[in-house]
Design a binder for this molecule. Structure first.
Ligand SMILES: *Cc1c(COP(=O)(O)O)cnc(C)c1O
Length: 388
C-alpha cells in the first residue's frame, strides 16, 4: 500500500513528546519533558465529578456545553477581566484548548490562507493549520534582556494579502513570556489594520508569577469583536486529563467554531463540565495557592539549572523554564536532550521542534517544573553531574 497518510500531515509523525517520554521510561530518567502536574486538583472539584457520575449525568451534554459551565465561564470573564459574554451563543465548551484551537482554525481558514504564529509555538498549532490546508507564517520570539519578545516590524512584515488569523499564546509555552500591554497593543494594531481574527490561547491565564498580570487581548480597545479567546481547566485546576476547555467570542465566531466542533466531537465530558463549573466559582483561591507553589518550584528549578551551568530565562508564567545550553559547551538541544538520560538521568524537551526555522531554537532546551519538590530536587542533583 502506498503511504496512507495525507501529504499535509506527513511532517507530524511521532512527536518529540512521545520520543522523550519513551526515553524517560526506558532509562528510568526523571521526566521534566511533558508539562503535566503530578498532584491533583482541588478535592471538592474532584468530588463534584464523582457525584455527577453517581447522579447519572452520563449522557450527551448539550452541544455548546452544559449551561452551568457556560454561566460560570461568563461570570468568571466578567469578574476577572470585565468582559461580557452571553452564555447562550458567545461561549462554547470544547474538548480542551486543543479542540478549541483546531475547530477555530478549521472554521476560519480557507485552503491557502495564512496564519501568523509566534515561534516557538505549541505543537498543535502547526498541525491544526495544516489540517485546514492553511499556511503558517512564523514570527520569532527572541530573548531581549532575559525575556522572549518579538520585533513589531517582523510581525508587520509577516502579514500578507492571504493572512486570515493570528494565534497568540500568552502566558507563552515554551518561553514563559507573558505579553505586556504594549506587546498586545502592537498585535492589536496589526489585527485591526488588516482585518484579521486573533485566536488567543490563554490556558496559563492564572499561572503567572512575581505579580505579573495576564492581560487578555480581548480587553484591548476594539479587540473583543475580533478575538476568539480560548481557555482550559487542564492547567488552571491541574486536571490535564479532563480535556475541558472553552471558547469565548462574538456570536458569529462562536457559531463558526461550533459548526466545525459539532462534527469533530459534538460534545464531551458532562461530569467534568459540571465539576469545572463548580471550580470556576469556588476554587480560585486554590488556584492562587497553586500559583504560589509553582513560583517556588520555578525558583527551585532555576537555581538548580543555573548551578548546573545552563543559562536560564526567568519565566513570568506557565510550567516551563527555557534554557540556553551553550554555556555547558553544547550547541544542539536535540542532541543534548537525547543524551541527557545517559549524562544526567533527566529528560527535557529540545525547543527547536517548536520552530519552523529550527536553527533559531537549536541551543534552547525546555524543562518543566510542575512536579513535586522532591522530584525537582532529585533532577537538580542529577543535573549537577553535567558540570563535572
Ligand atoms: C497544555 C496546552 C494546551 C492544551 O490544552 P488542553 O486543554 O489540554 O487541550 C494548549 N496550549 C498550550 C500552550 C498548552 O500548554
Amino acid at each position: 500500500m502506498s503511504e496512507p497518510l495525507v501529504a499535509r500531515m506527513r511532517e507530524f509523525g511521532t512527536t518529540v513528546f512521545a520520543e522523550m517520554t519513551a526515553l524517560a521510561v526506558r532509562t528510568s530518567s526523571i521526566n521534566l519533558g511533558q508539562g503535566f502536574p503530578d498532584t491533583d486538583g482541588p478535592p471538592a472539584m474532584l468530588e463534584r465529578a464523582v457525584a455527577a457520575i453517581r447522579d447519572g449525568l452520563n449522557q450527551y451534554p448539550p452541544g455548546p456545553g452544559v449551561p452551568e459551565l457556560r454561566q460560570a465561564v461568563a461570570e468568571h470573564r466578567k469578574q476577572h477581566y470585565g468582559l461580557d459574554y452571553d452564555p447562550d451563543g458567545e461561549i462554547l465548551v470544547t474538548v480542551g484548548a486543543t479542540e478549541a484551537l483546531a475547530a477555530s482554525v478549521l472554521a476560519l481558514c480557507e485552503p491557502g490562507d495564512e496564519v501568523i504564529v509566534f515561534e516557538p509555538y505549541y505543537d498543535s498549532y502547526a498541525a491544526a493549520i495544516s489540517l485546514a490546508g492553511a499556511v503558517r507564517r512564523p514570527v520569532t520570539l527572541r530573548p531581549v534582556d532575559g525575556r522572549f519578545t518579538f520585533d513589531p516590524a517582523e510581525l508587520r512584515a509577516a502579514v500578507g494579502p492571504r493572512t486570515r488569523a493570528i494565534l497568540v499564546n500568552s502566558p507563552h509555552n515554551p518561553t514563559g513570556t507573558v505579553f505586556t500591554y504594549d506587546e498586545l497593543a502592537a498585535i492589536a494594531a496589526v489585527v485591526q489594520e488588516h482585518d484579521l481574527v486573533a485566536v488567543t490561547d490563554e490556558v496559563y491565564e492564572h499561572l503567572t508569577y512575581d505579580g505579573v498580570e495576564h492581560i487578555p487581548l480581548a480587553t484591548l480597545p476594539g479587540m473583543r469583536e475580533r478575538t476568539v479567546m480560548i481557555s482550559s481547566a487542564g492547567k488552571t485546576f491541574s486536571v490535564t486529563g479532563w480535556k475541558t476547555g472553552w471558547i469565548c467570542a462574538p456570536r458569529a465566531l462562536v457559531t463558526a467554531a461550533q459548526t466545525v466542533k459539532q462534527f469533530l466531537t459534538f460534545t464531551s465530558g458532562a461530569p467534568w463540565q459540571l465539576a469545572v463549573a463548580h471550580a470556576l466559582r469556588e476554587e480560585l483561591p486554590w488556584v492562587g495557592g497553586l500559583r504560589d507553589e509553582l513560583a517556588g518550584k520555578r525558583d527551585r528549578l532555576m537555581a538548580g539549572l543555573t548551578a548546573a551551568g545552563f543559562a536560564v530565562y526567568r519565566p513570568a508564567g506557565t510550567y516551563f523554564v527555557q534554557t540556553d545550553i551553550r554555556p555547558l559547551g553544547f550547541t544542539d538541544g536535540l542532541e543534548l536532550a537525547r543524551r541527557l538520560p545517559e549524562l544526567a538521568g533527566v529528560v527535557a524537551i529540545p525547543t527547536q521542534v517548536f520552530y519552523d526555522r529550527r536553527e533559531l531554537g537549536r541551543h534552547f532546551v525546555r524543562f518543566a517544573f510542575c512536579k513535586k519538590d522532591e522530584i525537582i530536587d532529585e533532577a537538580v542533583a542529577r543535573l549537577a553531574r553535567l558540570h563535572g
